[in-house]
Write a protein that binds this ligand. Structure first.
Ligand code: FPP
Length: 257
């Protein structure tokens, strides 16, 4: 059994909960509305969104959540005005430079899920550098879904499987879910246990579709720039009270049977 160091008073203590989530995904939504409510340009909302992202990573480390995946830029986000897309890329660049040391100190292993083709070369290099520099991070695997689309991830895996079958490297008759997963970009991540979305919207928006198949959903009425560590801890506490049945009957049915 792992012995955990004491946590601060506000933190979620995984020791007191039988089954804390292993993998938490977050759809960081509401930057634009946060800025609009203050009469500010959307980029200011995104800047404050980066601050919230830092708090979220810290909360995941503090609560000893082993996997955190954040939706940083979806394949659909290209539909935004070019200036906003550029702002988001600039913030991502800045984050990867400014936070690398802090992430290493926190024991965070950074990785990216999403299409690298189509991203500026220097962003890909910064991502690769961060992935390399943080490869030993043992406390938290932070996956940033960037230029990411859930359907595309599955379609790409299917294409690779078709190629492997055509080349005789894989027998389609033996294709199981476990084998399929090996072809996913998120193949090395566990299934998502808890999916948090801020801003009151209640959608999954093409985020880690395969991994989120049985995720518990937490839709929070807070705009992302206002997200505090306490929101993360509260979502973990709420998760701990849920009964996960994975399609089974569950304890209530079993008890009355
Ligand atoms: C949603 O707000 C937020 C995003 C488009 C992605 C999150 C981006 C950040 C936190 C900033 C930088 C990212 C990285 C990876 C460092 P929205 O603009 O959709 O808000 P709205 O729905 O209120 O318009």
């Amino acid at each position: 059994m792992t012995v955990h160091a004491p946590l601060s008073a506000e933190a979620f203590d995984p020791v007191n909960h039988a089954t804390p989530p292993r993998h938490v995904g977050v759809i960081m939504d509401g930057n634009g509305r946060w800025a609009a409510a203050r009469g500010l340009p959307r980029v200011v909302g995104h800047k404050h969104g980066v601050e919230a992202l830092r708090r979220c990573v810290e909360a995941a480390v503090q609560s000893r959540t082993p996997y955190l995946t954040l939706y940083g830029f979806s394949t659909e986000n290209w539909r935004r005005p070019r200036a906003e897309v550029d702002d988001l890329f600039s913030l991502a660049r800045r984050y990867l430079k400014s936070d690398l040391t802090r992430l290493k100190e926190q024991g965070v292993r950074v990785r990216m899920a999403g299409e690298r083709d189509g991203l500026a070369r220097d962003i890909v290099e910064l991502v690769e550098h961060a992935e390399h520099e943080t490869a030993d991070g043992a406390h938290l695997t932070l996956t940033i879904a960037f230029n990411y689309g859930g359907r595309y991830e599955i379609a790409k895996a299917a294409a690779q499987i078709a190629r492997a079958s055509a080349e005789g490297r894989l027998n389609p008759e033996t294709l199981s879910e476990d084998v399929f997963e090996e072809f996913l970009e998120t193949g090395d991540l566990p299934d998502m246990d808890l999916l948090i979305r801020t801003s009151g919207e209640r959608r999954i928006s093409n985020f880690l579709l395969w991994r989120a198949a049985y995720a518990e959903l937490a839709f929070l009425d807070v705009l992302w720039p206002d997200f505090q560590k306490q929101h993360f801890f509260d979502a973990l506490r709420d998760y701990a009270c849920r009964e996960r049945r994975f399609g089974g009957a569950g304890s209530a049915v079993k008890a009355s049977a």
